[in-house]
Write a protein that binds this ligand. Structure first.
Ligand SMILES: Cc1cc2nc3c(=O)[nH]c(=O)nc-3n(C[C@H](O)[C@H](O)[C@H](O)COP(=O)(O)OP(=O)(O)OC[C@H]3O[C@@H](n4cnc5c(N)ncnc54)[C@H](O)[C@@H]3O)c2cc1C
Length: 315
């Protein structure tokens, strides 16, 4: 095997697992992510007194997934054995927090967080990146993996792969909104883990995972079709709308929050996938992966990343 310099744009589940497979096979892999932390839609926010899980927070039963690469099954079995995840009925959930699961996936990887790819030159194999929205530089690669949602990939590729845009006509993503609230109230007031009404799901962060939560905290997610009405507002307005919903959904009277934030998931969920595990352009040395290639879950994202890595290893 000739050792390659591989850059992966995006350190969500697909990028992380792709990077892990290629790193373990002996390639030199750098992951870059514009977010503050790795994980992408597996996201956690820590504030003074609360930990919020406002992205994906469970995974389907990986023993039942029909088409998972052996490498993914091995990692998830180890995560189960080491109590990073645990079975809850027909799904698996993180044991202590989603960020613990992300750290488990990211173990041993070279990841540069706060680093955004702003443009690509596929002919000269370089990427313009901005680090922490400030310093700009160029990265070179032998092989590039793009592991980001489809619309963002389209913008970045910018017509340099003529067959790429036509594939995307098949793909549809759905947006949603979320909000995070904590209150200076005794968490013991509420024993339940979950409430809902017509418009929202409300997760009681105190009763979900084993991480320490000092304040009574809720993460609120919009349901369809309410999500469509809410998601185009700015984050402040989203927070105000969802505060009304949470006040109506939980059985205690809520004071002014000590922490409140709105969040938009513009490319949150796959409605219609590409129907292929990944895309690979051998002449240009570019691969594309992500949940949207073949499905809509963490397992589909992991599968896409690892299958692309295994294609690269055949070269
Ligand atoms: C609210 C919500 C709840 C969900 N719940 C579940 C669930 O319970 N179970 C489940 O299985 N799935 C769930 N999902 C879906 C799951 O989160 C996704 O399938 C999976 O996380 C997608 O991983 P990914 O690696 O394909 O993409 P992402 O996680 O989106 O990763 C892409 C990464 O690329 C980075 N990026 C983008 N552009 C650039 C750029 N130009 N430069 C550098 N970095 C860039 C982003 O910051 C991000 O970290 C949920 C999704 C949402 C939004």
């Amino acid at each position: 095997m000739t050792k390659k310099e591989i850059v992966i744009i995006g350190s969500g589940v697909s990028g992380l697992l792709c990077g892990k497979r290629l790193t373990e096979a002996g390639h030199s892999v750098l992951l870059i992510d514009k977010g503050r932390n790795a994980g992408g839609r597996l996201s956690t926010r820590r504030t003074d007194g609360a930990v919020f899980h406002h992205g994906a927070s469970s995974l389907p039963d990986f023993y039942k997934h029909k088409d998972l690469p052996e490498f993914v099954i091995k990692i998830l079995k180890r995560a189960e054995k080491e109590k990073v995840i645990q079975r809850k009925g027909v799904i698996f959930e993180p044991f202590s927090s989603v960020s613990h699961l992300v750290s488990f996936f990211a173990e041993g990887l070279n990841i540069k967080e706060g680093c955004e790819a702003t443009s690509l030159d596929l002919k000269n194999k370089t990427i313009d990146v901005t680090y922490r929205s400030d310093n700009s530089t160029k990265l070179s690669y032998d092989l590039l993996i793009i592991s980001i949602p489809p619309n963002q990939a389209k913008t970045l590729i910018n017509n340099q792969l003529d067959r790429f845009d036509s594939c995307l006509s098949e793909v549809e993503m759905r947006s949603s909104a979320a909000a995070l609230f904590s209150f200076d109230l005794d968490p013991a007031l509420i024993k339940e883990t979950y409430f809902s009404n017509k418009n929202v799901h409300v997760y009681v962060e105190n009763n979900r995972f084993k991480c320490v939560q000092r304040l009574l905290s809720f993460t609120v997610h919009t349901k369809e079709p309410f999500a469509k009405k809410v998601v185009n507002n700015d984050k402040n307005k989203i927070k105000d709308i969802l505060f009304k919903e949470v006040s109506n959904a939980v059985p205690v009277s809520l004071p002014k929050p000590t922490y409140e934030a709105g969040h938009r998931w513009l490319y949150g969920f796959t409605e219609r996938s590409l129907g292929k595990a990944y895309l690979f352009y051998e002449n240009e040395s570019v691969g594309v992966c992500g949940d949207w290639c073949s499905g809509s879950t963490i397992l589909d994202a992991a599968s896409s990343g690892v299958k692309l890595a295994e294609q690269v290893l055949k070269l």
